[in-house]
Design a protein around this ligand. Structure first.
Ligand code: NAD
Length: 356
């Protein structure tokens, strides 16, 4: 397994491998860049097919966090962690305790939060062994209601605001009434997004590998169920990926029929080439780490005790950032991903230059 020559290794500051024989923990923490602040990012638990897949995932995700926090104008760097294992079978208290100790061993350069396969009670179990943790307290959501530390509603709200801005830019429509949206993945973010879109009058098409989530959306949100294999190529206005990454790859990029791709999943493009191809095909792509930044903004605001109103305003700013990216993309005929990357780099690399 290659590390420094891995295609996804990009000047990462630190990559830590955690192993605990007693609990069976096998985990990786990747710290991409800490120029703007400590590396805050979620912990994902997934039954990776191989250790190399786990490493590639954590390297890609952690780099994305550097770019995400920089463009969201937060004083944070980029990091992420993965646990190799099946969250439905392998998640035991001793394993979570070992993960907490592993996070602690990074000495605060990495701050752990929630990601796929890890929920708030899991974070609380880790918090027994480290203080470098985000999202374990009670706080207020964007509407001022009390809730636990799960940032998913803020992520969903940011994606919702981003879809509104993208629809206005690309389709010239100011409202979402009758908009046809395909959502892949009805988990914490996907279901919350579906609820907001339905409230705004959108027509929903949904898929999830968990049949119960699909049934619930059909029942509660009047959604149309779609097979997981068919959702990418559905003839809709918006395709919103809210499950795993690399959903837009060499094959799928040719079959997307939506006019816009805008969803919560991290690393939606398998490679930057798919960003170029979407541009050529006239499909507007909302760069994932820009549109899904509501969660990291939420985590930062919660950790720093800021008000629900200021959190809401900051999350809504995602729409303004996307508009800037779309205008630059049109002006320079560059993919929206490329424009977003350049904007983010100008922030965290400028700090690097000042520090050196
Ligand atoms: P989650 O685990 O709660 O939900 C994921 C859902 O996707 C599950 O319901 C799962 O069954 C489904 N799924 C998995 N593979 C699928 C497939 N092939 N087809 C259809 N459905 C499938 O996760 P989440 O917290 O909702 O996060 C969703 C995505 O958004 C992830 O990529 C995550 O990294 C990203 N994200 C989440 C947040 C957050 O605040 N939770 C923030 C930023 C980005």
């Amino acid at each position: 397994m290659n590390i420094f020559s891995n295609n996804s290794y990009d000047r990462h500051e630190k990559v830590l491998f955690g192993y605990d024989e007693a609990s069976g923990l096998r985990a990786v923490i990747a710290i991409h860049n800490t120029q703007l602040g400590p590396a805050l990012g979620g912990c994902r638990m997934h039954p990776y097919a191989s250790e190399a897949d786990a490493l590639t995932d954590v390297l890609r995700l952690s780099k994305g966090m550097t770019y995400k926090s920089a463009l969201a104008e937060l004083p944070l760097g980029g990091g992420k962690s993965v646990i190799i294992g099946d969250p439905s079978k392998d998640k035991r208290p001793d394993l979570l305790a070992a993960m907490g100790r592993f996070v602690d061993s990074a000495g605060g350069r990495y701050i752990v939060a929630k990601d796929m396969g890890i929920c708030v009670p899991d974070l609380r179990a880790m918090a027994e062994h480290t203080t470098h943790i985000s999202g374990v307290g009670e706080c207020l959501d964007v509407e001022g209601k009390r809730r636990d530390g799960d940032p998913s509603p803020s992520t969903a709200y940011g994606v919702f605001c981003g879809i509104e801005a993208s629809v206005e830019f690309h389709l010239g429509r100011k409202h979402l009434e009758g908009l046809r949206v395909a959502i892949q993945g009805l988990g914490s973010v996907g279901y919350s997004l579906a609820t907001m879109l339905r409230k705004a009058g959108a027509e929903l098409f949904v898929s999830d590998i968990n049949a119960a989530s699909v049934e619930r959306a059909v029942r509660e949100l009047d959604a149309t169920a779609v097979a997981p294999t068919d959702i990418v190529a559905l003839d809709v206005d918006v395709f919103a990926p809210c499950a795993m990454g690399a959903v837009i790859n060499e094959q799928t990029v040719e079959v997307v029929r939506a006019k816009l791709v805008a969803g919560a999943a991290n690393n939606q493009l398998a490679t930057p080439a798919q960003g170029d191809r979407l541009l050529q095909r006239g499909i507007l792509y909302a760069p994932d780490y820009v549109i899904n930044a509501g969660g990291i903004i939420d985590a930062y605001y919660m950790d720093h005790g800021k008000s629900a109103q200021s959190l809401k305003t900051h999350v809504e700013n995602i729409a303004t950032t996307l508009e800037r990216i779309y205008h630059e993309s049109k002006r320079f005929r560059l993919s929206t991903q490329e424009v977003a990357d350049r904007m983010a780099e100008s922030r965290f690399m400028a700090t690097e230059r000042l520090a050196s």
